[in-house]
Ligand binder design. Sequence first.
Ligand code: COA
Length: 141
Amino acid sequence: MELLLLADPSEDKIRSYLSSSKCFVASIDGDVVGACVVQPRGTDTHELMSIAVHPAHQKSGYGTALLKWVIDFFRIAGARQLEVGTGTFGYQLAFYQRQGFRVTSIDHDFFVKNYPEPIFEDGIQLFDMLRLTLKYSGNDA
Ligand SMILES: CC(C)(COP(=O)(O)OP(=O)(O)OC[C@H]1O[C@@H](n2cnc3c(N)ncnc32)[C@H](O)[C@@H]1OP(=O)(O)O)[C@@H](O)C(=O)NCCC(=O)NCCS
């Protein structure tokens, strides 16, 4: 939970999707340093609800390794696509797009409609959510 709160400030929201999701972790010598939660959306689509790496271990490649592992897991499972929602600015956009995610839509005012308190990142208030999709080629029915 401590890790997941880095990616989503609402513990209630996190708890609302945890039980219906798969959780993947990255660990060093048995210590969990990263976590990623993915929820099914229909039969062949999955949504990456959260990914986080402990601040002491960020920028060391663990997040990318975990994301790649999760992408491969769902490719092998026969998924057609993986989706994620994120803010409209920040390094996270490059983090996802480097692995092949593309912007598919904008959810205007998502962060003000779905959270009781304003959320700030780099001193800028988050309003809109960008929806990104990774389409697996070769997994079409
Ligand atoms: C997003 C996150 C999971 C990436 O994990 P990570 O282990 O730090 O990522 P990597 O080391 O694989 O680095 C990926 C890229 O992100 C950049 N990056 C990571 N953290 C950064 C930060 N705080 N500020 C700026 N860039 C950052 C890295 O420099 C790297 O870019 P580069 O290859 O050009 O150097 C991690 O930074 C995190 O937990 N962030 C807080 C939670 C969050 O925002 N989750 C995503 C919700 S949409």
